[in-house]
Design a protein around this ligand. Structure first.
Ligand SMILES: [Zn+2]
Length: 227
């Protein structure tokens, strides 16, 4: 299912391709810069595995870089512009054929750019999808908190600094509301350590449960695209 690991002779004719997307940006003092991409990759692999024997699904090499301006005040932020992201994604789609975008970086400019391509998108910011996710995610405190950190703990626990994570205080920030108020960087939102929510309450178990929900949503989208 890993596109990049195949010999070209083994690529099926009628595959649905998944493109994991994320960002390179700070995720608190406890979680890795590529948290979002790791989450997207984890969802893609789980969905592809569920559809084995039913629909050929291939997971493309990920696009780690995204539109990441809110974190500009911190080390570790590597941002690209909207036009670059749009070109990259649309040109990849032209190369491979049937493609679904799987995104876990929710800065509005990132999401808008992906929507503007017209390609099928697993869009967790849509209400019908967000409703199926955890309370913290729905509260808008959705950066490097319990939701994202639990997913990384389920996928790559060695990349989480558990000692630092446990010491972090809960910080409730309604990011969508802050953005509507015109506070469009982490510092203005009160996120002076580049996280919000409650990372200290994260667990691999919650991460595994959330991955199952995310994989289910993606399986539904793949079936739509394949039919
Ligand atoms: Zn994130």
């Amino acid at each position: 299912m890993n596109y990049g690991y195949l010999a070209y002779t083994d690529i099926p004719e009628d595959a649905v391709h998944l493109l994991p997307l994320g960002a390179v940006e700070p995720h608190g003092p406890h979680a890795p810069l590529v948290t979002d991409t790791l989450i997207s990759i984890g969802v893609c692999h789980r969905a592809a595995k569920r559809l084995e024997g039913e629909i050929p699904v291939l997971v493309l090499p990920p696009v780690h870089y995204g539109v990441t301006r809110y974190a500009a005040g911190f080390k570790g932020t590597v941002s690209i512009g909207e036009d670059t992201l749009r070109s990259l994604v649309t040109e990849i789609a032209e190369s491979v054929g049937r493609l679904i975008l799987v995104n876990s970086h929710f800065e509005p400019e990132q999401v808008e750019t992906l929507r503007s391509t017209g390609l099928p998108l697993l869009d967790l910011t849509r209400r019908r999808n967000a409703e199926r996710l955890t309370e913290e995610f729905r509260s808008g405190s959705c950066h490097a908190g319990r939701y994202e950190t639990s997913l990384v703990l389920a996928e790559r626990p060695q990349l989480v600094h558990a000692d630092r994570m446990r010491e972090l205080e809960e910080r409730h920030v309604d990011m969508p509301a802050a953005i509507r108020d015109g506070r469009t960087d982490f510092l203005a939102m009160g996120m002076d350590e580049a996280y919000c929510g409650a990372p200290g309450e994260s667990s691999a178990e919650e991460g595994r449960e959330t991955f199952e929900t995310l994989a289910e949503m993606l399986v539904e989208l793949i079936r739509e695209v394949a039919s």
